[in-house]
Design a binder for this molecule. Structure first.
Ligand code: ADP
Ligand code: MG
Ligand code: ZN
Length: 476
């Protein structure tokens, strides 16, 4: 029997606000344990949470960017469960009335576009972190993360393969980062994904029983975990067994998922409206204001690059991978007036150097002005394409301007006709045999002369000029 995967993703994105969602504590990552805490986020009795307005604004930004319908009123609810990293014994989240629903994003898959529905987006607080030490029979709890704002983005079960899931995840990730509301750092847990997957016989409608996968901390691992889980469920179903509804943990090293616990149902959490927080009312004027301040989103930018700069779709995709990279590229284009050549240099040398050292474009030692300057020098014939390779590498290593490097290395291409003619005359004088061969009709000997002139000029002569002058002078 042929099975079809049905996948829905739940994404938790940490919001880039300075303060936590219900208190004034800092959200900065990496502080000494338990230093970013106060009675509110420690869950002391009698304290009162106060909603951070910025969190609502960031949620609205994402809702608008993903075509959601915004409800004008929403509530916070208590989600009750016991865990040592949750001092209050409940997490403040949203349940019955989410602020945003019925959205969608388009993802590019196999050269086409596919629309994936977004069920809902809501706001909630993060829990703390437990640390288990292998060498010390103790567990520690760090509550710095307790109360850090999150938005949870739940997709419709529209995804049909591991590859589509990864494409959807990338789309949401780049959108959050473009909007400036999440740093997108998966290793630090700023962007986390739980994947729900079930199989159904191809051609049928009803969904099968799903497993929920956790603990994947990269796009690649989400894809790998889903690929594994699809195979596992297929194996179970083909063997006449049943998939159980459960939460499974991805084991990166072993490349498998393990059952962790039975999946809890919503009623297990005893959700109820948080009596300490008033309903949130969002007015139209605020939404309009936020809408007008939204930046250009990745897909729009990509389409504009293809249209305005006449670069291939592939190039536009690479160059808009982050807002910073797109800004860098556009600055080089503005200063050089050469969109295609600029694309080649940015995607070629610049990204290669940065990738080799895992550096971000914002730390690139080659400024857009330097790269544009180098492109102009190539266009003017001052340096050859080959010399430019040397210049770009040196610019990256030293951060110097192309002019400074060219001077230091004596890299200027010889474009002075008189000087070059003199060198060519010398080469012709020194090689009478080859001259008579060439003049006798052996055109192949031309290459020999080009080589000799290149050698005499240490490769600095403009190849086109050599060709033109040699032809003229050899003709006698
Ligand atoms: P919970 O909060 O209990 O995990 P939700 O209703 O929020 O449940 O659904 C979580 C995710 O699981 C959603 O993205 C949804 O699209 C997806 N989903 C629901 N049912 C199935 C199913 N049978 N197979 C695959 N994914 C599913
Ligand atoms: Mg869920
Ligand atoms: Zn606090």
């Amino acid at each position: 029997m042929q099975f079809e995967p049905v996948i829905g993703l739940e994404i938790h994105a940490q919001l880039l606000t300075d303060a936590k969602i219900f208190c004034g504590c800092s959200t900065k990552f990496g502080a000494p344990p338990n230093t970013h805490t106060c009675p509110v986020c420690l869950g002391m009795p009698g304290v009162l949470p106060v909603l951070n307005r910025k969190v609502v604004e960031f949620m609205i930004r994402m809702a608008l960017a993903t075509n959601c319908r915004l409800n004008r009123e929403c509530n916070f609810a208590r989600k009750n469960y016991f865990y040592p990293d949750l001092p209050k014994g409940y997490q403040i989240s949203q349940y019955a009335a989410p602020p945003a629903e019925h959205g969608w994003v388009d993802v590019e898959i196999n050269g086409g576009k596919k629309r994936i529905g977004i069920t809902r987006i809501h706001m909630e607080e993060d829990a703390g972190k437990l640390m288990h030490d292998e060498h010390n029979p103790a567990s520690y709890v760090d509550l710095n993360r307790t109360g850090v704002p999150l938005i949870e983005i739940v997709s419709d079960p529209d995804i049909r393969s591991a590859e589509e899931a990864a494409a959807y995840l990338r789309r949401l990730h780049e959108t959050l980062v473009y909007l400036g509301i999440c740093d997108g750092n998966m290793e630090e847990g700023s962007f986390r994904c739980d994947a729900n997957v079930s199989l159904r016989p191809k051609g049928t409608e009803a969904f099968g029983t799903r497993a929920e996968l956790k603990n994947m901390n990269s796009f690649r691992n989400v894809q790998r975990a889903l690929e594994y889980e699809i195979k596992r469920q297929q194996y179970v179903l083909e063997g006449g067994g049943e998939v159980v509804q459960e939460t499974r943990l991805w084991d990166d090293t072993a490349g498998v998922t393990h059952a962790m616990r039975g999946k809890e149902e919503a009623h297990d959490y005893r959700y109820f409206p948080d009596p300490d927080l008033v309903p949130v009312v969002i007015d139209d004027a605020w939404i309009a204001e936020i809408r007008s301040s939204l930046p250009e989103l990745p897909l729009e930018k990509r389409e504009r690059f293809v249209r305005d700069y006449q670069i291939p779709v592939y190039d536009a995709g690479v160059l808009t991978a982050s807002r910073a990279l797109a800004d860098y590229y556009e600055e080089v284009v503005r200063l050089s007036g050469e969109p295609k050549i600029a694309a080649n240099w940015v995607m070629g040398d610049v990204l290669r150097f940065l990738n080799e050292e895992k550096r971000d474009i914002r730390e690139c030692p080659i400024s857009p002005a330097s790269l544009a300057g180098m492109i102009r020098l190539i266009q003017q014939g001052t340096i050859s394409g080959k010399m430019a390779k040397e210049v770009s590498e040196a610019m990256y290593r030293s951060g110097k301007t192309p002019q400074a490097i060219i001077e230091e290395k004596g890299l200027v291409q010889i474009t002075d006709e008189d000087a070059l003619a003199k060198t060519i005359a010398e080469v012709i004088d020194k090689n009478p045999t080859q001259v008579s061969q060439y003049r006798g009709g052996r055109e192949k000997v031309f290459g020999f002369f080009v080589g000799q002139v290149m050698k005499a000029t240490q490769g600095k002569a403009n190849p086109q000029l050599i060709n033109d002058l040699l032809k003229k002078m050899l003709a006698g």
